[in-house]
Ligand binder design. Structure first.
Ligand SMILES: NC(=O)c1ccc[n+]([C@@H]2O[C@H](COP(=O)([O-])OP(=O)(O)OC[C@H]3O[C@@H](n4cnc5c(N)ncnc54)[C@H](OP(=O)(O)O)[C@@H]3O)[C@@H](O)[C@H]2O)c1
Length: 338
């Protein structure tokens, strides 16, 4: 098989193609001939040495694939062989073959291409956990989706539309027309203006019911201040670390130092809630995430789940794909195809 290995921390040259023996599926696993692998921002953070949950290098990253099952391990239904599948992979997704526990494997909706299917698991599960499971978003409420033009951002728009919420989204200006088409009611250019002033104007000073924030550091303080009474802040990333010019570990330290500390009395008197989401720490709850995944995959046929692949790159060009995302050129998902 062919894999993309991160050989060390650094630029896109640290992603190297390697040939290896095909893995045999262990008991309870299926082996998938990968057609498409989803790229996530965490993969870029791993390459840069900024991801606390990264595997030890050298490593093959990749959390999600779509492809065809070609072998199953003992204890797994033989009928799965030859079927189209979409799967969550705890690393190893940047490859043309991967073996995965069957609990993390789902039937690919026929309406989706493999590239579209590979764009579903991480983004939609994260969005579902943020907006529905923990954010408790209700019809008629307002939601502010930061980084609305990214993979998780577009998935969150679909979930918020499904719930029936009013959607505000921050993104680079070039993405605004597309976001409006996707259902964002108000787009905000957070790089050119102060988004909190705009939110204040839009909500007539009341604030937002739910804010999802992947930036981290001091940005979480700002988002917290923009909540309405009964509002919730969902924290789920530290993208701010990549924007800093400091050397590796210092960047994470700076973001950590800027983080808010929420006092229970302030939460109580403010009628606000804060919560964190890290899908990468849900591997012990695969029954729960599988239930969410089935809701999301049903959503494809129901029409509210609309995975958007901005660009596909050949697996060998994973470095180019990373650069494309780092330069903020992606609207939605970027996938690797074999
Ligand atoms: N906790 C979890 O379980 C979980 C799961 C998935 C993702 N995440 C987090 O959610 C965020 C989005 O992830 P994603 O995979 O969907 O990626 P993504 O949003 O597609 O990432 C690329 C986009 O991020 C924006 N961005 C913001 N700061 C940036 C920076 N410093 N450098 C480059 N781009 C930056 C850019 O869009 P604009 O300029 O238009 O804003 C860019 O196009 C990341 O922080 C990721 O770590 C967390």
């Amino acid at each position: 098989m062919k894999q993309i290995v991160i050989v060390g921390h650094g630029g896109q040259e640290k992603l190297q193609v390697r040939e290896a023996a095909d893995p045999a599926p262990k008991p309870g696993e299926v082996r998938i001939r990968v057609q498409a692998s989803g790229i996530n921002f965490a993969d870029i953070l791993t390459r840069k040495g900024l991801y606390p949950d990264a595997p030890k290098l050298p490593a093959v990253v990749g959390y999600e694939v779509s492809g065809v099952v070609d072998q199953v391990g003992s204890g797994v239904d033989q009928a799965l062989i030859g079927t189209d599948a979409v799967a969550l992979t705890r690393f190893g997704g940047y490859a043309d073959v991967v073996s995965v526990p069957v609990k993390q494997v789902f039937e690919k909706p026929a309406a989706l291409s493999h590239a579209q299917a590979a764009a579903v698991p991480v983004s939609y599960l994260t969005a579902w956990q943020l907006l529905v499971v923990m954010g408790s978003l209700q019809p008629g409420q307002t939601v502010l989706i930061h980084n609305a033009g990214g993979g998780v951002g577009l998935a969150a728009i679909d979930v918020a539309r499904h719930v029936g919420a009013t959607i505000y989204g921050t993104a680079s200006a070039a993405k605004h027309a597309f976001l409006a088409e996707r259902g964002v009611h108000e787009t905000i250019d957070y790089r050119a203006t102060d988004w909190s002033v705009e939110v204040d104007r839009l909500t007539e000073g009341r604030g937002v019911s739910l804010i999802i924030d992947p930036f981290g550091g001091t940005h979480w303080k700002k988002s917290y201040r923009a909540l309405r009474s009964t509002g919730r802040l969902g924290m789920f990333g530290v993208s701010a670390a990549t924007a800093s010019k400091l050397p590796g570990p210092l960047r994470l330290g700076k973001v950590a130092l800027g983080m808010p500390i929420f006092h229970p009395v302030a939460l109580m008197n403010g009628n606000r809630a804060v919560f964190g989401v890290n899908l990468g720490h849900m591997w012990h709850e695969t029954d729960m995430t599988a239930d969410w995944m089935r809701v999301v995959l049903d959503g494809v046929a129901e029409g509210w789940v609309r995975p958007h692949v901005d660009r596909s790159f050949p697996l060998e060009n994973a470095g180019e794909a990373h650069t494309y995302i780092e330069e903020r050129r992606n609207t939605g998902k970027v996938v690797l195809t074999t």
